[in-house]
Design a protein around this ligand. Sequence first.
Ligand SMILES: Cc1ncc(COP(=O)(O)O)c(C=O)c1O
Length: 393
Amino acid sequence: MITEGRGDSPLVERMQPFVTTIFAEMSALAVRTGAINLGQGFPDTDGPGSLLEDAVAAIRSGVNQYPPGPGMPELRQAVADHQRRFYGLSVDPDTEVLVTAGATEAIAATILALTGPGDEVVTFEPYYDSYAASIALSGATRRTVVLRTPDFAVDETALTAAFGERTRLVLLNSPHNPTGKVFTRDELELVATLARQHDALVVSDEVYEHQTFDGCLHIPMATLPGMAGRTVTISSAGKTFSVTGWKIGWLHAPGDVTAAVRAVKQFLTYVNGAPFQPAVARALGLGDDFYAGLAADLQRKRDLLSSGLSASGFDVFTPSGTYFVVADAAPLGYDDGMDLCLRLPDLVGVAAVPVAVFHDDEDAARSLVRFAFCKREAVLVEAAERLARLRPR
Ligand SMILES: Cc1ncc(COP(=O)(O)O)c(C=O)c1O
């Protein structure tokens, strides 16, 4: 082992800023203090029983070896059927779909396949933390546009200014983690127009596509006129079917783009999750009642936690989608969300994450905190009761 002359960490410099994720830190704190963990976004109940049974049956019947590189044909077909059923999109399951190890791999493989040093990727902040890390891995540069409270609306001037000669990709996430914002058609049109002007592709992370509230509709970027030809659409079974640990995701894009991403994916994971793929394929075909029930259940949970947060003195920004709610702790006298999140488990026995960690411009979200509400109602009721004990300072 060579150690002489080595610095403190063997990690390459471009990944140094990404050593620990806030989720690991806050989850460890929650475990240590016995706090209710509303920090990390994973449900505390399993997905549909039929889905679980199908995976068990697949394992028992020997679906345990490498599946085909692009993903199993039945899952690719199910993704194409799903896109037609919900959005009227026409997707070729043989050439335009790729199954990935969760949305995370779809994002990373896409960025690695399509960008390199000198290229720029436009994205919004706060952003899902893997975006910045994947862009850093590829050697590209991120250009971010801040979504600001109270409505996290897109600032047209700032977005226009973020585009330039080197823009290769726009990385979009709607419904948006952590704000819960669902991008409006006008905002999506603006992104599409700029992408066309700069001949950029849009990478559209739609993992919360079925988790929208109050009749608010998710609009896939690929449904905008002319955009199917320049969009990589990404989603994941983890979110829709509450099986985050299975890591089955997918993307669809024009054939040449899909082939490019597949070339990278084959050397990241090669293939993934054989017995889960046929199970997810069947689940994608579940009836409308499943999909409506998922959103209705989460909407109730959103309301439960939001009213608890409001009653405790937080300023709540009611989300239209996802399973996160952002709240401002400033009215309680806490101006630093990081400081509050480090103390919250000890103060009242609840863990959350500061929104500033998803920002380059941390001041844009200094006192904001994100809470996950994808938990059993009893857990949320208990969390709300505990939060009510938080005293203003
Ligand atoms: C916006 C967003 N994209 C992607 C992911 C990752 O999805 P997966 O677990 O399928 O990799 C998450 C998970 O929290 C997310 O919030």
